[in-house]
Design a protein around this ligand. Structure first.
Ligand SMILES: [Zn+2]
Length: 427
């Protein structure tokens, strides 16, 4: 079942070298890509082999979203909240916690399917998601995983466990996480954020992560309110609290945002080896400030925080906002965009091997080569150029058409579930 990509311009995502070549892409979670001078003839093809003509197309490694929230997918266009939020805490209370508490299993399935659909059409073949549905927890992660599998998106999921809704949802969140990780699926132990996680839960979460040899995925100092609550309740800074609980010893941990850290916390983070995910559009939308990620070390990747599913857009936003905040350059933003592959591979997660590729229809108005690729990456390439997508060696989008599922059926289902969600939120 080899997929041959004929007449490509292949760009090695690590070296940015350009190769005029054919590619042989082998299937499976540990599949490879081989550069070929000549293609096999028709008679040499095996059953199930196929050839895709990529003349005038750029082929390179596909993309990863380092922090997503499928639970917010049905929020687009929903009626305004009962009170217009005045700060980050009220944004959570009146918008996101109202949405996630209303979700049921069918709405979660629609949210996951439509998120996966947008991801894959934008060339994103791997998603690290942070899910919440406090009154539909049991089985939610497997529902999301099955939806992602159907579309053809690899994943690293977690349930964001919290004390915010009381003992019941907290215990169910722990149980859901234990069940999911015990089932053989790869994932994280998710926590919402320090200000909604008590000490007992924090300890249980760290123990659970140790047991399953994974990390904690948590929001950290997204808003000042997280630090203020930590000072008030525990007399220490958020990162110090997480360190004392052993979270920073878990090298697979992912800390989203990390905006309001002091110098001592930044040093802790730089020395820890854990990973940070930057989500600048969400930060600007919530008006919580922007991090100077250059001060947080090298382990920085990019996410969308559920705002959308387009990683090229996230990279551009981080580049533009990074001009004022940290003076980031082309190399810096490209490294950050690609760091998620390093995170996945060095931590032994599967689903992001060399056989996940994006085929770009980028008819450049100026010459493009290894020396100036990053200029095209920052100012030219966008998701409209994603023509076809190969995920784990399988062609899943061909000439902008999704091959794995019926796109119109998924959109109709998500619209139906969106209406049902909005109606239920009025009650
Ligand atoms: Zn988030």
């Amino acid at each position: 079942m080899t997929l041959y990509l004929k007449n490509t311009t292949f760009i090695d995502w690590k070296t940015l070298e350009f190769h005029s070549t054919h590619l042989a892409v082998s299937p499976g979670i540990d599949g490879r890509v081989e550069l070929l001078d000549t293609l096999p003839s028709e008679s040499e093809l095996n059953d199930g082999d196929s050839i895709l003509d990529c003349h005038n197309r750029l082929v390179t490694k596909s993309f990863v979203c380092g922090h997503h929230h499928i639970y917010s997918a049905l929020a687009r266009g929903m009626p305004p909240p009962s009170k217009i939020p005045q700060n980050f805490s009220e944004i959570l209370e009146y918008i996101w916690w109202h949405v996630d508490k209303t979700l049921d299993k069918e709405m979660i399935e629609a949210s996951a399917l439509v998120s996966a659909l947008y991801c894959i059409k934008n060339g994103v073949t791997f998603v690290i998601d942070h899910h919440a549905s406090p009154f539909a927890i049991s089985g939610s992660l497997e529902t999301i995983a099955a939806a992602f599998d159907r579309v053809g998106v690899s994943h690293l999921l977690c349930y964001e466990i919290s004390d915010r809704d009381g003992d019941g949802p907290r215990e169910q969140g722990l149980q859901e996480t234990a069940d999911y990780l015990s089932s053989g699926r790869q994932g994280h132990v998710g926590l919402h954020a320090s200000f909604t996680v008590g000490n007992e839960l924090l300890q249980k979460a760290v123990a659970l992560a140790h047991k399953h040899n994974t990390g904690i995925h948590v929001h950290v100092a997204e808003d000042r309110a997280d630090q203020e609550a930590c000072q008030k309740d525990y007399g220490q800074r958020v990162l110090e609290r997480l360190r004392d609980a052993g979270l920073l010893d878990l090298q697979k941990s992912i800390l989203a945002h990390c905006i309001h850290l002091d110098e001592a916390e930044k040093e802790l983070l730089r020395n820890s080896g854990v990973w940070v995910v930057q989500n600048v559009e969400s930060n600007q939308n919530n008006n919580v400030g922007l991090a100077n990620c250059a001060q947080l070390g090298e382990h920085i990747m990019l996410g969308t925080d559920g705002m959308h599913s387009d990683m090229l857009r996230s990279a551009k936003a981080a580049f533009l906002s990074g001009q004022a905040v940290e003076g980031i350059d082309f190399d810096g933003i490209y490294r950050r965009f690609r760091n998620a592959h390093t995170y996945i591979q060095t931590n032994g997660f599967s689903g992001d091997d060399d056989n996940s590729l994006v085929i770009l229809d980028y008819n450049a108005p100026t010459e493009i080569n290894a020396d100036n690729f990053l200029g095209h990456f920052v100012y030219g390439l966008d998701s409209s150029h994603v023509d076809s997508v190969v995920s784990c060696g399988k062609l899943v989008v061909k000439n902008k058409k999704l091959l794995t599922v019926d796109e119109n059926e998924i959109l109709a289902f998500s619209r139906e579930m969106g209406n049902r969600l909005w109606e239920k939120m009025k009650r």
